[in-house]
Design a binder for this molecule. Structure first.
Ligand SMILES: *Cc1c(COP(=O)(O)O)cnc(C)c1O
Length: 247
């Protein structure tokens, strides 16, 4: 079979599997029946040409973990990036899912729909100031570490409320939710428990900051654990390697 044909099949299969997990989450009561799941197709494994194939196969939300690569692909696929006001079915939206260095904020801001990896006050302050300068509002998720292991990426849960409090006063930033990754070595059962923990924190902080901060996006789950994430209440999954199986 032609590679592009395999890619198209993978895209269809992944959408079906996400929908199956969503239905199961609704049955279990961890998602409401009208909850939709947004799939961010992580294009970091392939070049701009293949990224374009991913878009043509139906993926309109793309994730990159390195800013320089995001810039390069944003330019290469500029014809697909229509103004936000136009029909979203034909335009691509870029998600920054990896660590964003402060000296790369200015160039990245105009290109992204959402930053998934806000992980420090210093980064928040840089984004806030730069966004005001550019006359925009940067939509962000706060990245939280589901475990106590401080060597992992993301904020510890006990650091999050203080950051959210400060973010309330930063007009250049709009907080939209949380992002989390399960531990690398986690079994499916462990990742479910970790995602459920993040969901509990989200519900708790949403109450604490009701009327001030919106935490409705929960970006959790990758190729190996998106089912567990959706069962725990993820509203956005970031899937990369599954798209390229057999391609
Ligand atoms: C690479 C990456 C993904 C996608 O991982 P796969 O296991 O290939 O699906 C998701 N989220 C982040 C933050 C990543 O860096």
């Amino acid at each position: 079979m032609h590679s592009i044909e395999i890619l198209r099949r993978n895209v269809a299969r992944i959408s079906e599997q996400v929908e199956e997990a969503r239905e199961q989450a609704v049955r279990m009561g961890s998602a409401s029946p009208n909850q939709s799941i947004r799939i961010v197709a992580v294009s970091k494994y392939v070049d701009a040409q293949w990224t374009r194939q991913l878009v043509e196969a139906g993926c309109h939300e793309l994730g990159e973990s390195r800013p320089q690569v995001l810039w390069q692909k944003f330019d290469a696929l500029a014809d697909l990036t229509l103004p936000q006001s136009t029909d979203s079915n034909s335009s691509v939206r870029w998600h920054m899912i990896g660590h964003l260095q402060r000296n790369k904020v200015a160039r990245t801001l105009p290109m992204i729909e959402l930053l998934h990896s806000l992980d420090s006050l210093r980064l928040a302050e840089t984004i806030h100031i730069e966004a005001l300068k550019q006359g925009r509002v940067c939509r962000v998720l706060v990245e939280v570490n589901p475990t106590e292991d401080r060597t992992k990426t993301g904020l510890q849960s006990d650091e999050v409320p203080a950051l959210l409090r400060k973010l309330c006063d930063m007009q250049g930033i709009q907080v939209c939710g949380l992002m989390a990754m399960s531990s690398l070595e986690a079994t499916p059962e462990q990742s479910l428990v970790e995602f459920q923990q993040v969901r509990l924190w989200r519900d708790q902080w949403a109450k604490e900051f009701a009327g001030e901060i919106d935490l409705s996006i929960l970006s959790m789950g990758m190729s190996g654990d998106f089912r567990q994430a959706i069962l725990a209440g993820a509203t956005m999954v970031r899937i990369g390697s599954l798209y390229w199986e057999g391609v």
